[in-house]
Design a protein around this ligand. Sequence first.
Ligand code: ZN
Ligand code: ZN
Length: 183
Amino acid sequence: MRFAPDTEESLLFVVTLCNTDPSASRSGADEVATVGQLKELLDRYPFTGRIDHDEAELRDVHRTRALLRHVWTLDRDDAVVAVNKILRDAKALPHLVRHDSQDWHMHATEPGSPLGERIRVEAALALIDVIRMDEMDRLRICAADDCAGLLLDLSRNGLKRFCSVRCGNRMNMIAFRERRADR
Ligand SMILES: [Zn+2]
Ligand SMILES: [Zn+2]
């Protein structure tokens, strides 16, 4: 199962961003709680254009994270409504750009638009692909008991259940202990 490379990259960023939430993060804390932590995230996943490095921007990123986490769980028709709203609210205007080392790909915002809006619209463009290919069920929540992590299943058989190796190992261990207790 493959989406276009820039679509996969955008979806993986959504996973990374949403899994900084306390319900999914490794530390159990909000891992983008401060402007400094947001900067660290953006050092790993560079965004071109405006970055304010202030509290208002951070709050907008938090709202964006909650919104994208919600959209991730929607069925196809509801996801359409959410994606259309993101695009409409941002007055998105798709166009092709080439910058840095990246070949032609789509942007639908201006570089001066707020960071949260650029994150939402980039995610929406990726979700358009997912919806058109009727693959929303590849966007899932981790099946581990105490984890609400997002997972993107790009596997051939579509059977990925956990957001991380850590969650997979933990749940395998629990299943192993239960089987042994039954005997
Ligand atoms: Zn770009
Ligand atoms: Zn998990």
